[in-house]
Design a protein around this ligand. Structure first.
Ligand SMILES: Nc1ncnc2c1ncn2[C@@H]1O[C@H](COP(=O)(O)OP(=O)(O)O)[C@@H](O)[C@H]1O
Ligand SMILES: [Mg+2]
Length: 448
């Protein structure tokens, strides 16, 4: 019944659809003809959909497989996504979700085929969630549970832990997948710019407002709005935001009219909002509005078992995009990657692998290829100490000293603003301001 309905919907979309009533029959068909995607229900008489998926995947890894799972079978969905090769839809689903998932699945393998990828492995793709640690599997489960609902989600965790990627995964597995996903870095804008960005403005609302402009809440209508660094907004912005979340309507800056918006909000922060609440710097009512579903992403150093899979994943992605045939990481190098503390989390690991890959010419990444800080964390820590690096022959004025120190730390952080800000214990906005004052470009805007 469902099968026939789905076939009809997809045919109306212009796809050619064959249906099978058991997994055995589906596998037979797959062996006989060329298909671009497979949709399998987990619960089938005889062989179950997950088993069939594994068999189909082992025969031809380039075919995207979409697993359909009942809401109660979240663990199955997790098993499916964890494998990286599969997508899933949870039932009950709506038809837009089905269409969106199929369209997404068909976009993906094309690339692998065009590149003539015949290795049999699925094409590595940045933006896929990787990791098997119990902590990240918990995150997958929450994604799977939260995705089909309309609930607001608050994602907490250090910078670079994957908060935005998780927000995107929720969007893509929701019934809003066909709508847009709009991300706003609330920490990077002044309050008035942020208001205009979020709510839009009318012509003449302020100098420079030459036209009416939609805000992201209007733009993302029907989709998902990702409010990043939500801990960085001031109390008055908090009230404005609370109002939007409660009333589901926005008023453009300088405007009179309230407009209904239909967005799902996912927010993220690396701050401790409960602590800010205790200091009366964060509104409790806003916190509870945002924190309907909460996902905490532990730092990478607390889930080191994800490091090898992530490192291999980034290596595969960047080896492909840079046309470098480096296929593996030596045991010694991997041990160092696993031992390092990764203050910048997955983002730092990703940047490291990309940089190392560009510079290395070996068939396998070796210990010598790794940056000094990872090769010898102890030594790196001591050279970083102020005594050794600030042995200036001159006696600079305090401001000059501060500038040199800031630039030195930025350099140590490999130019990574978030990491430098963390080392200096200031927020990124302050660091941007300092760099602007020192006329150091191009850090005028968030590079992430
Ligand atoms: N579990 C993961 N699997 C694969 N890539 C990841 C994972 N977590 C983070 N990344 C990658 O690391 C980088 C930083 O992630 P991001 O979501 O921007 O972090 P955050 O928003 O927490 O600062 C991105 O390029 C992202 O694709
Ligand atoms: Mg982020």
């Amino acid at each position: 019944m469902t099968c026939r309905l789905f076939a009809e919907v997809l045919e109306n979309e212009g796809y050619h659809v064959d249906s099978a009533h058991t997994c055995e029959e589906a596998l037979d068909r797959l062996a006989q003809a060329q298909y671009q995607a497979v949709i399998l229900d987990v619960r089938m008489p005889g062989m179950n959909g997950l088993e069939a998926a594994r068999i189909a995947h082992s025969r031809d890894a380039s075919i995207p497989i979409i697993i359909m799972t009942a809401f109660g079978d979240i663990d199955t969905a997790v098993e499916a996504i964890r494998d990286g090769a599969f997508d899933f839809i949870s039932k009950p689903m709506n038809l837009d979700e089905l269409k969106g998932t199929v369209a997404r699945a068909l976009r993906q393998p094309q690339v692998a085929r065009e590149r003539g990828d015949s290795s049999g492995a699925p094409s590595p793709r940045l933006g896929t969630l990787i990791g098997n640690s119990p902590a990240i599997v918990e995150v997958y489960k929450t994604i799977a549970r939260a995705a089909p609902t309309a609930s607001t989600v608050l994602i907490t965790g250090e910078s670079g832990t994957g908060k935005e990627l998780i927000a995107r995964a929720i969007h893509e597995h929701s019934s809003r997948a066909g709508g847009s996903f709009v991300a706003v870095d609330c920490g990077a804008l002044t309050e008035s710019l942020l208001a205009s960005e979020l709510f839009g403005h009318v012509r003449g609302a302020f100098t420079g407002a030459v036209n009416d402009k939609k805000g992201v809440f209007e733009e993302a209508s029907g989709g998902t709005c990702f409010l990043d660094e939500i801990g960085d907004i001031g109390l008055s912005m908090q009230s404005k935001l609370l109002r939007v979340l409660q009333e589901h309507q926005v008023r453009r800056v300088g405007g009179q009219k309230w407009t209904k918006v239909d967005v799902r909000v996912i927010a993220a922060t690396n701050k401790d909002l409960e602590d800010l609440m205790r200091q009366r710097r964060y509104r409790e009512d806003l916190f509870y509005r945002l924190n309907v579903v909460s996902i905490h992403v532990p730092p990478l150093r607390e889930r080191r078992q994800d490091i090898p899979a992530l490192a291999r994943h980034f290596l595969a992605c960047y080896a492909q995009s840079n046309g470098k045939p480096i296929a593996s990481i030596s045991e010694g190098a991997m041990a160092l990657l696993e031992a390092y503390d990764w203050p910048g989390n997955v983002r730092e690991l990703e940047n490291t692998i990309e940089q190392v890959l560009i510079l290395s010419n070996r068939p396998a990444l070796a210990v010598e290829d790794l940056p000094a800080a990872i090769r010898d964390p102890e030594a790196a820590r001591s050279t970083r100490s102020v005594e050794q690096s600030f042995n200036f022959p001159d006696t600079p004025p305090l401001e000059e000293m501060k500038k040199r120190y800031v630039l030195h730390v930025l350099d140590t952080a490999g130019g990574n603003i978030s990491r430098a800000a963390k080392l200096l214990d200031v927020d990124r906005r302050s660091l941007y301001r300092m760099l602007a004052r020192y006329h150091v470009g191009p850090y005028s805007k968030s590079p992430e």
